[in-house]
Each structure stands twice: as structure tokens, then as C-alpha cells.
Design a protein around this ligand. Structure first.
Ligand code: SD4
Length: 290
């Protein structure tokens, strides 16, 4: 029997899973839990990989990617959006208020403003200082498990048994201008199928995109694999494709309709935050290079 509701998220995002749980335990819908949870990290200035306070691209501009999926297979996303602190909420507006699923750049920002979101400067003094320091050498070397808190990908099943998911990020620090990662792209950073379950990703987005990672994991679960087995297969596809895997991290988390979860990654240090049966847990992920 499924133990519902349940919410899982990448990394030690305990405040985020707690906010999501508070929606779920009151009988709220999973889509509202996802938005509540993701917004916590977007607002956290100490998290330099999500939302406000996120690290900029190499020109010093903070550009955000986010997406959301609901129980009906609905999808909404924004990519490369600047100056709006809560891209997960804008993604939801794209899903619910437009005939489209994905808005980009200046036009996404314009849409957000029309929907009542305020423009704000997302580059904090600390992020600016770190960027100016980076510029001295301008070496692009993504750091594995940067600060051990990275992109938030979140999956939630509510008391009705309906699953939703969200994923939000400022992307790789000091990326090229215009770079879009996996996080907002359906099937890559996130995929939800309310008959099967969901999956979400963190880490080197290029590798997740090339293997359509989250879609792959959900399809493997459809074929009968457990969330754990499916995440392991997803990581192994990447490792097989790119011999350089020692130099980058990818982490996956999956949840099936029974409320069973799994997670796996390339390098140690990744884990997931979970809230189920009124209790919060941190689960250290097993990893490929062990
Ligand atoms: C991306 N998967 O944009 C995201 C998150 C990230 O360091 O930046 N990880 O590729």
C-alpha cells in the first residue's frame, strides 16, 4: 500500500521539502506543494545555484531556467529568464495561462511582468564578488557538488495519489551567455507521468539533455524497474556515453506511484531530502565511482 503523501527533492533542501509537506499534510494538491517547496530555494540568497543569489553567467547576468509538470501531463517552463526571482511560479503561469509550454529570455521576463511579477536585481554582492574573482582567470571548470546544494528538483505525490514535479536553477556558474541546461527541459531535468511516477535531475545539464535522462527513468519504471534501478540505469547511460565522467556530477531522484523512491549519481556527496509519514529524512545516494 502506498505511503502517501510524500515529497522528495535533490540535495539537503530540508526547508523546501518541509514547505511542500505542509501543503501535502493539509490535503493540498501536489502542484501547490511543488511550488511552495521550490520557492523556498529560489528565495534563499545563500543558495548560489537557484533563483535570487544564483551565480551569473560569464558576462555577469543571472539567467534562470525552471519548469513544472502537473498530474495531467501539463508542462510549463521558462529558460534564460532574468530579473524575476520566482521562475517556478512563472513556469506555472506559462502552463496555466498560455497556449504554449516554454517561454525564453526577454519575452519570458516580459510575460512575468504582465502576470504581476516584480523585476528585481538577482545578482547579490557575494555572487558578484565571486564572479569578479572568477574573471581573473576565466577558467570554466564546473565544480562537482558545488557547496553540496545545487539545482532543486522536486517530486510530490498528494493524498489523492497524484504526482507533480518542479525543477529550478540558475544553471552552471559562469556558463556562456544564452546557455540553457536540462532543468527546464521536459524529459531531461524533469518528467512526470501520473500513471507511473516521476524523475528529476541535478548536475551537468548537458549530459542529462543528451540522454533525455528523466524521461528515460520514467520509461524504465514503466517497464517494471524500481525507482532505484531506473536511476542507476540513467546514470550508467551517461557514463557509457562520456568517458570524461570523472570530471562532472549528475544525480537523479525518482518516485513511483507507490511512493517508493530511488536516487543515484556519478560521484559521492549527493543525496535527497524526503518528507513522508510526518517525518523528514536525508538519504545519502549510492554512486557510480564508489
Ligand atoms: C544545469 N542541471 O543547468 C543544471 C544545474 C547545474 O551545477 O547548474 N548544476 O545544468
Amino acid at each position: 500500500k502506498p505511503v502517501l503523501p510524500v515529497v522528495v527533492a535533490t540535495w539537503r533542501f530540508h526547508n523546501a521539502t518541509k514547505a511542500a509537506w505542509e501543503v501535502l499534510e493539509k490535503g493540498g494538491e501536489s502542484i501547490d506543494a511543488i511550488v511552495a517547496g521550490c520557492r523556498v530555494e529560489e528565495a534563499d540568497l545563500k543558495n548560489t545555484t537557484v533563483g535570487n543569489g544564483g551565480a551569473p553567467d560569464r558576462d555577469g547576468n543571472v539567467t534562470l531556467d525552471a519548469c513544472i509538470m502537473n498530474k495531467d501531463g501539463g508542462y510549463g517552463a521558462v529558460v534564460c529568464m532574468e530579473n524575476i526571482a520566482h521562475p517556478i511560479s512563472v513556469a506555472r503561469k506559462v502552463m496555466e495561462e498560455t497556449p504554449h509550454v516554454l517561454l525564453a529570455g526577454k519575452s519570458a521576463e516580459q510575460f512575468a511582468v504582465e502576470q504581476g511579477f516584480k523585476r528585481e536585481n538577482l545578482l547579490t554582492e557575494n555572487s558578484k564578488k565571486a564572479w569578479l574573482k572568477w574573471k581573473e582567470k576565466s577558467e570554466y571548470k564546473p565544480i562537482i557538488n558545488i557547496e553540496n546544494h545545487d539545482t532543486i528538483g522536486m517530486l510530490a505525490i498528494d493524498a489523492n495519489g497524484d504526482i507533480s514535479g518542479g525543477c529550478t536553477t540558475s544553471g552552471m556558474a559562469y556558463k556562456m551567455a544564452g546557455r540553457v541546461g536540462d532543468s527546464a527541459i521536459i524529459g531531461s531535468g524533469l518528467f512526470i507521468d501520473n500513471t507511473i511516477g516521476g524523475a528529476t535531475a541535478t548536475g551537468m545539464g548537458e549530459e542529462v539533455l543528451k540522454t533525455v535522462g528523466s524521461f528515460l527513468i520514467v520509461e524504465l519504471m514503466r517497464q517494471g524497474k524500481s525507482p532505484q534501478e531506473a536511476c542507476e540505469e540513467g546514470v550508467k547511460r551517461i557514463v557509457k556515453l562520456n568517458p570524461n565522467y570523472k570530471n562532472f556530477q549528475v544525480g537523479y531522484v525518482a518516485l513511483n506511484k507507490q511512493g517508493e523512491y530511488g536516487c543515484y549519481c556519478i560521484h559521492g556527496g549527493f543525496g535527497i531530502s524526503k518528507y513522508q509519514e510526518g517525518k523528514q529524512d536525508y538519504i545519502e545516494s549510492d554512486f557510480y565511482t564508489k
